[in-house]
Write a protein of this length. Structure first.
Length: 149
C-alpha cells in the first residue's frame, strides 16, 4: 500500500500545475486546522478520482486504493465530528456524508472546467489537493498502518 501511495504521490507531484480555480483549503473556512473539513475534502477528492478511473481496467488496483482512502477519510470526518462536537455518531456520519458530497460536486465542476481549459480532468487545484491529501494519508498510515486497509 505504501508503494502505491508513493507512486501516486510522485506522479501527481511531478506533473502538478500550480494554478487553482475554485477550491482552496483555506478559502472555504479560513481555518487551515479544521480537521473535519480536511477529512471531508480528502474523502470527496478520493471519491471523485475513484469515479474517474474505476472503469479503466488497467487502473483497478489504484482505483481500489482511492476507494479505501475515500472510506477512511469519510470515517475519520464522522469520528472527528463525533469527538470534537459531541455529535451522536449516526448524526455525525450523515452530516459528514452530506458535506463530502458537496465537496465532491465542486471537484466535478472544477474537473469540467479544467477539461475544457487544458484537456485533463485531473489538473490544477485537483492535483494540488491530491498532493496534500496523499501527504495527509501517508501521515495517518505511518501512525496507523492498517487504517486504510
Amino acid at each position: 500500500m505504501r508503494k502505491v501511495f508513493l507512486q501516486i504521490f510522485l506522479l501527481i507531484f511531478f506533473s502538478s500545475n500550480v494554478s487553482a480555480k475554485n477550491l482552496n483549503f483555506n478559502k472555504l473556512t479560513g481555518d487551515e486546522g479544521n480537521d473535519i473539513m480536511v477529512h471531508n475534502r480528502c474523502s470527496a477528492l478520493f471519491n471523485y478520482v475513484y469515479s474517474r478511473i474505476i472503469l479503466n481496467e488497467n487502473m483497478r488496483d489504484v482505483a481500489e486504493t482511492y476507494l479505501k482512502l475515500n472510506i477512511g477519510f469519510s470515517k475519520l470526518a464522522a469520528l472527528t465530528d463525533h469527538k470534537q462536537n459531541k455529535t451522536p455518531l449516526e448524526e455525525a456520519k450523515n452530516n459528514q456524508l452530506e458535506k463530502m458530497m458537496l465537496f465532491e460536486k465542486k471537484y466535478r465542476e472544477d474537473a469540467k472546467y479544467y477539461k475544457k481549459k487544458n484537456g485533463d480532468y485531473i489538473s490544477g487545484v485537483i492535483k494540488e489537493d491530491l498532493i496534500f491529501c496523499m501527504t495527509v494519508a501517508k501521515g495517518i498510515s505511518d501512525q496507523f498502518p492498517n487504517f486504510f486497509k
